[in-house]
Design a protein. Structure first.
Length: 145
């Protein structure tokens, strides 16, 4: 009877060890793919600017939560971006008051430059994503999406 218990114990141990390595390979595959896709890059050579957003989860949030393109007018996005970027830059300059790990660098957003709809759309949505994810409030009411 004791030998039967030992044999079953060894059998369960072998099964448990072999199944955990299979789970590890399944988890590693999609994780590395997600990390590659979490970079959003917008470039325009004629205006000589480049926007790179590297944040885990933003691409997924943009595809699943953000309102569709052309939902907001360009003027609305420009006004909101100016308010959000002003609040952001104010916090960058106060590292003793605000978390310097959240606000690492200033954003050079100038209202007299016409960045176009796509850039304004992505900056606006990143600001909404950032405020909802990290429970921050840059300027007034923060919509959920």
């Amino acid at each position: 009877m004791k030998s039967l218990i030992y044999i079953l114990g060894v059998l369960f141990t072998v099964i448990a060890c072999s199944s955990s390595s299979k789970n590890k390979t399944v988890i590693d595959g999609p994780t590395s793919q997600i990390a590659v896709n979490d970079t959003v890059r917008i470039a325009n050579d004629s205006l000589e600017y480049e926007v790179i957003i590297i944040d885990n989860g933003f691409s997924f949030w943009l595809a699943s939560q953000a309102l569709p393109r052309n939902y907001y007018s360009l003027a609305y996005l420009e006004n909101k971006n100016l308010m959000y970027v002003t609040g952001w830059n104010s916090r960058v300059l106060q590292p003793q008051r605000y978390n310097p790990n959240l606000y690492e660098m200033t954003i050079d957003y100038q209202p007299h430059i016409k960045y176009g709809y796509e850039v304004n759309y992505l900056i606006y949505n990143y600001m909404i994503y950032f405020q909802n994810t990290f429970k921050q409030k840059l300027a007034g009411y923060v919509p959920q999406r």
